[in-house]
Design a protein around this ligand. Structure first.
Ligand SMILES: [Zn+2]
Ligand SMILES: [Zn+2]
Ligand SMILES: [Zn+2]
Length: 308
């Protein structure tokens, strides 16, 4: 059986598990859908250079002499994990919504130990996200029609799950329509709340600013919610820009200690405090990692200490 057939099979099993509707089969549904999703991504890699055999999807590849020439060969049976897939996709210019894939992957990893009883809403959410991701990826990057690949009845079952989830999601979203923070930059972006614990979007904002998650049942206070919103808007950017040696979009606030200080205008989304971008002594711009609320750069601070 080919990798592609395995992928489609896993997706079909996932939907069938979901339809059984017991706690055990809900878990199995998520495992299968996630496995199917990863297999499709690996299939994409394999298809890029089928003549290379397993090299494109193997976690470990080593050079080898064949007839006096060096060729790369797959070593061992371990195939690429999500990180390696991401690296290889990037290198080859293959587009993919990584933010959503990482969300799904985190939930998938938490599944085994955290949730003894998965709620239907939670399963619907993960399956829907995987389905939207797959539809996009198969259309854009593989030139495949997901409806044809899955067959009408499984495709319709996916759409059905998505419809149920979206009704629930908009019911939750209506509770956080008036949400505001102290930062105009944050407020100016579309605000999408999700649970700081499990990344679910099925969250309800209470009148006191606290948040209830319908997925994992956790409750979060207002400050945690603002941190979550900032993380949602800047977390991905922070990760990528810091990796490339740049500044993060948000950092920890010296005043309230929450990770809610927006670097662009140095206003904290949580406590509203604003900070100097230029050093009060030397007027040079204070490097982001030296912002400690004093308004003085580290160099001037050291000099002042010496003078004392
Ligand atoms: Zn949650
Ligand atoms: Zn603050
Ligand atoms: Zn200075």
């Amino acid at each position: 059986m080919s990798m592609y057939d395995n992928a489609i099979d896993a997706l079909i099993c996932g939907v069938e598990d979901y339809q059984v509707g017991t706690a055990a089969r809900y878990k199995s549904a998520l495992r299968n859908v996630y496995a199917g999703l990863l297999l499709i991504l690996k299939e994409k890699l394999r298809c890029m250079a089928p003549e290379m055999g397993d090299v494109m999807i193997s976690e470990r590849v080593l050079p080898q002499f064949v007839n006096g020439k060096i060729v790369w060969k797959a070593k061992g049976h371990k195939t690429v994990d999500t990180n390696s897939i991401q690296d290889r996709f990037k290198a080859l210019g293959i587009k993919m919504n990584w933010k959503v894939l990482i969300e799904i992957s985190n939930v998938r990893n938490d599944l085994e130990h955290r949730y003894t009883e998965l709620k239907a809403e939670a399963v619907q959410e993960v399956i829907t996200k995987a389905f939207i991701l797959l539809t996009e990826f198969m259309t854009e990057e593989m030139d495949l029609d997901i409806k044809e690949e899955l067959g009408d009845s499984i495709y319709n079952a996916f759409v059905n799950i998505k419809d149920i989830y979206e009704v629930e999601k908009s019911r939750c979203a209506s509770t956080w329509s008036g949400f505001k923070t102290e930062s105009s930059i944050v407020n100016g972006c579309p605000i999408e709340l999700f649970c700081p614990e499990c990344a679910s979007e099925l969250v309800i904002l209470n009148k006191d600013g606290s948040l209830d998650c319908r997925f994992c049942n956790e409750n979060f206070d207002q400050e945690q919610v603002i941190e979550c919103v900032v993380e949602n808007q800047f977390g991905f950017e922070n990760h990528n820009s810091v990796k490339d040696g740049g500044n993060p979009g948000s950092i920890s606030c010296p005043s309230c200690d929450r990770a809610t200080l927006i670097v662009e205008d140095l206003v904290c989304a949580n406590c509203g405090e604003s900070f100097h971008s230029d050093c009060l002594y030397c007027s040079r711009q204070i490097p982001v990692d030296e912002i400690d609320g004093s308004g003085i750069c580290a160099w001037c601070q050291r000099r002042a200490e010496k003078d004392d």
